[in-house]
Write a protein that binds this ligand. Structure first.
Ligand code: FES
Length: 155
């Protein structure tokens, strides 16, 4: 009559250094660790100091301070809208680059220190108000923040 062999005592079979119980313990502990890390990482990222990743409030980086010289400008597209960022000796300002008359793209006239529209000679001041020409309304302004040499604008 054949007797079942005792497999664990069979020297020809490879023995595993990790038991099934130990393996399952590692799987469960790994799953718990992954779950906790997945919950803690977003909370810690939220609490991390704001200056490390730029200002809060939906502002978007549009460049560095070095890219725009004083009394210079840069055009950017944010959220599908054209904006113009102007640097004065004291600050950065951002405006919609769409003229309020018939929608032409404005540019910065550094000689006049005004925002100019090439279509019908409309001019806007550094507060966005119409200085001269046919535009019926001021240019929309956008909040600007400078953090660690980077320029952020709210779309
Ligand atoms: S479209 Fe700008 S002044 Fe007419």
């Amino acid at each position: 009559m054949n007797q079942p062999e005792n497999l664990s005592s069979n020297p020809s079979l490879p023995t595993s250094p990790v038991s099934r119980r130990d393996f399952l313990d590692w799987v469960i502990k790994g799953g718990l660790f992954a779950t906790l890390a997945g919950m803690l990482f977003p909370a810690l990222a939220y609490l991390w100091p704001v200056t490390r990743r730029g200002p809060a409030g939906g502002l978007v980086e549009v460049g560095t301070v070095d890219e725009i010289h004083v009394w210079g400008s840069k055009k950017v597209v944010l959220g599908g809208s054209a904006l113009i960022v102007v640097r004065t000796p004291a600050e950065f300002k951002a405006f919609s680059a769409i003229c309020t008359h018939l929608g032409c793209i404005v540019y910065w006239d550094s000689a006049k220190q005004l925002i100019a529209c090439p279509c019908h000679a409309g001019f806007f001041g550094l507060d966005g108000r119409v200085v001269s020409g046919p535009p019926p309304r001021p240019l929309a302004t956008h909040p600007v923040s400078v953090v660690d040499g980077k320029i952020f604008v709210k779309p």
